[in-house]
Write a protein that binds this ligand. Structure first.
Ligand SMILES: Cc1cc2nc3c(=O)[nH]c(=O)nc-3n(C[C@H](O)[C@H](O)[C@H](O)COP(=O)(O)OP(=O)(O)OC[C@H]3O[C@@H](n4cnc5c(N)ncnc54)[C@H](O)[C@@H]3O)c2cc1C
Length: 469
């Protein structure tokens, strides 16, 4: 690998001290940057022999602290494994190394008439390895499915260093679904080094629309009715008034600011199908008292709308330097009442909350904005964050739709799963990783006394709401 690709100086390690969950920081002891699966295997074999923990890292855009080596050991950064190995237009597949950035795959597919559908808003930075490990979603996943629906094969370095290959270029249904188990396993079952992904033909017609509403109720009702009607838009996203203001300031996109909620909707398919869906969509929007509906006139307009949507979290930076983002999924029928409760929690604790989310999937993203140097605000956002989670769970929701559990939500796992369920999951983890070396202290609640952790910086998430460690 060469010394150049082993980092151990404090000024080098600081770049790896957190992911995009800005509430928790923990610099690694050492970072290695392998170029090949064999090099990953050699590092992991060494760790296995010497009982050293190891943690995989892609681009570090994760929002649940997943890529932090909380028990010390080796951080294995996969960014140099960035080759697209094959694009097979006949079979509609691509085989990639896991350090390939999500958007780079679609750029490479530009002339083929095919695309890779899962498109997280972080797609210009996040890696396909990180997407697979988190089972990432995105704006277009309402119609096309999340990452797990697009993975045909994986190459994996198991926690003892052995290399294994699962799947091929076709779907299969023999044996236990180990690919399904590895997708979303957050680096706890080994390190994924290559993947073969399913590609989708590009639709011939794509139309994007913007609809504004004077109340959150009417926007929420429109979402429920769109889904109940059987329409399957290729995107159905929600922005609250604060988010509209933020993206207008940041990107000069000119979204109307005289409303309480905006829906961004996309339809795709053949022209005939899209025209039929457009009529049905417009009827539903008008029935739910949309104030204005606009459609993007050109492909550039459409791209600008989605760029502003995907850049919403960055736009919040104009109001506070950091954000704490939740990722619950609730039944879509609960959208309005939960959103109102979230806004009330913001008022109660005097914290700024922006809501921009995958409404069609019921996947909420309350972005709680804060200043990390303001200790009082930090306490208020943690309290508010916990209350938001409570509200969502009480509404029949779940902890995460696409960002994973990591360390950030692990203490809440026992609210959703029984002891018996958690033990079954732990047995699966132990079958892959009996020495508990692959990304330890993630997903499962940590009991007091378990933690000879290497946490070096204050970590508010680990010390509020009961002792974790
Ligand atoms: C502004 C913003 C917008 C976002 N929007 C979305 C969105 O729309 N949808 C969405 O799903 N997510 C979104 N995210 C979250 C994040 O981008 C995704 O979770 C992404 O999949 C993480 O990829 P990464 O390469 O950055 O992984 P990292 O953050 O580096 O790692 C994430 C987890 O995966 C593990 N891991 C990484 N690579 C591997 C590997 N090769 N093998 C095994 N384990 C591995 C790590 O150990 C860690 O647990 C957003 C994040 C930001 C900052």
């Amino acid at each position: 690998m060469g010394h150049r690709f082993v980092l151990d100086g404090p000024e080098e390690l600081i770049a790896y001290e957190c992911d995009a969950c800005l509430l928790i920081k923990n610099a690694p002891e050492i970072v290695v940057l392998p170029k090949t699966t064999q090099e990953v295997s050699q590092v992991v074999s060494f760790c296995h022999t010497h009982k050293i923990p190891f943690t995989a890292r892609g681009a570090g855009t994760g929002l649940s602290g997943g890529a932090l080596p909380l028990k010390g050991g080796v951080l294995i950064s996969l960014n140099r494994m960035d080759q697209i190995l094959e694009i097979d237009t006949e079979n509609h597949t691509a085989t990639v190394e896991v350090g390939v950035v999500n958007a780079h795959l679609n750029q490479a597919l530009e002339a083929t008439g095919l695309f890779y559908a899962p498109d997280p808003s972080s797609q210009s930075a996040c890696t396909l390895g990180g997407n697979i490990a988190e089972n990432a979603g995105g704006i277009h996943c309402i119609k096309y499915g999340v990452t797990t629906d697009h993975i045909l094969a994986l190459e994996v370095v198991l926690p003892d260093g052995k290399i294994t290959r699962l799947g091929g270029k076709t779907r299969s249904s023999h044996g236990l679904n180990l690919i399904g188990l590895l997708v979303g396993s957050e680096g706890t079952l080994g390190i994924i080094t290559q993947a073969t992904v399913q590609l989708t033909p590009k639709p011939t017609e794509i139309r994007a629309y913007l609809a504004t509403f004077s109340t959150i109720e009417s926007a929420g009702n429109a979402v429920s009715q769109i889904i109940a009607s059987g329409l399957i838009p290729s995107a159905l996203e929600f922005m609250d008034a604060f988010t509209v203001k933020a993206v207008n300031q940041a990107y000069d996109i000119g979204f109307p600011e005289d409303s309480e909620a905006v829906l961004l909707i996309e339809l795709d398919g053949t022209l005939h199908v899209v025209l039929d869906q457009e009529d049905r969509l417009m009827a539903i929007l008008s029935e739910n008292n949309a104030q204005q509906t606009r459609s993007a006139q050109t492909a550039e307009d459409r791209q600008a709308i989605w760029a502003a949507r995907k850049g919403a979290v960055a736009a919040y930076g104009r109001f506070q330097p950091a954000f704490y983002l939740h990722d619950t999924v609730i039944p879509r029928s609960e959208l309005t009442s939960v959103l109102k409760k979230i806004l009330a929690i913001g008022k109660k604790h005097q914290i700024l909350i922006g809501n921009v989310f995958h409404a069609g999937d019921g996947n909420l993203h309350p972005n709680i904005l804060f200043d990390p140097d303001d200790a009082d605000m930090l306490q208020r956002i943690l309290k508010g964050g916990e209350e938001i989670l409570d509200v969502c769970l009480q509404a029949g929701g779940v902890l995460s739709g696409e960002h994973g559990i990591g360390i950030e939500k692990s203490k809440y796992m026992s609210r959703l799963f029984s002891e018996a369920d958690l033990n079954k999951m732990k047995q699966i983890k132990a079958a892959f990783d009996p020495q508990q070396l692959s990304n330890p202290l993630k997903i499962f609640p940590i009991r007091a006394g378990c933690g000879e952790t290497h946490l070096s910086i204050s970590n508010p998430l680990l010390t509020t709401g009961g002792a974790w460690i």
